[in-house]
Design a protein around this ligand. Structure first.
Ligand code: ATP
Length: 227
């Protein structure tokens, strides 16, 4: 059997010396889709930050895309991030360049050299999120939902083994949230592995998947009934 993409054993997460979450146990394998839910301040972002190396893992055991989170060194973090696709609530596109150049910038920064291959890859990921015809536009010239789709395309550039989406629909209206969710569902159907933090319960009901809830410093699985 192949090793899990993500494995957490008895992990506790701290912020500024205070316990945020304790006794987290989670295993994710290729193709899994898992939601992380919980109220504001319950620890979802701290959980995500631990996974992409922004918050050190000090208690428990954790491995992610073949990196050991407990022994992760500062200089390994860029290599970890290359195997992850991280999507944030606020898109984080560079405002001073168009969509194509936003994506090319990431490819250059991650070591791509061949111009033709780079252009092809940008087209491929923009096609996946249905944004191929808008690559010439600047971020301020497209809607919030479109910006988030571009941010998802950017996350896909280096064929991530795991996509971490932290409140990807947090800034979007309900209809646009569904459009972004459809993109994530399609990626999931095609074998991508996705962990998504959200407080949007309407999405959970519409797209039921395994759900972990952060509450009162604990993380536990919520059983959803499929209708
Ligand atoms: N840099 C920090 N230093 C100290 N405490 C922090 C820091 N960041 C977050 N916290 C605290 O950790 C707890 C969890 O915060 P976190 O941002 O992980 O929650 P969240 O569930 O993601 O909330 P939200 O939905 O508002 O983003 C909160 O009590 C918060 O005040």
């Amino acid at each position: 059997m192949s090793t899990p993409i993500l494995q957490l054993k008895d992990v506790s997460i701290f912020q500024g010396g205070s316990l945020v979450l304790s006794n987290i146990n989670l295993e994710m394998n290729k193709g899994d889709f898992v939601y992380l839910i919980g109220k504001t301040g319950s620890g979802k972002s701290s959980f995500m930050k631990t996974l992409y190396g922004d918050l050190p893992l000090t208690e428990g055991e954790g491995s992610i895309v073949d990196f050991d989170l407990k022994t992760l060194k500062e200089k390994e973090i860029p290599f970890l991030r290359r195997k992850l696709g991280v999507v944030f609530q606020d898109f984080k596109l560079l405002p001073d360049r168009n969509i194509n150049d936003n994506l090319l910038f990431v490819l250059k920064a991650t070591g791509w050299k061949d111009k033709t291959k780079m252009t092809t890859r940008v087209e491929e990921v923009l096609t996946k999120v249905d944004m191929k015809t808008k690559g010439f536009k600047f971020p301020h010239e497209i809607s919030g939902g479109e910006q988030q789709r571009v941010a998802i395309a950017r996350a896909l550039l280096n064929h991530p083994e795991l996509i971490l989406a932290d409140e990807p629909t947090g800034n979007l209206d309900p209809q646009t949230s569904i459009e972004v969710m459809e993109v994530l569902q399609e990626l999931s159907k095609n074998g991508n592995t996705i962990l998504m933090a959200t407080h949007d319960y309407a999405l959970l009901l519409k797209y039921p998947r395994k759900t972990l809830k952060c509450d009162e410093n604990q993380v536990y699985e919520v059983v959803q009934r499929k209708s």
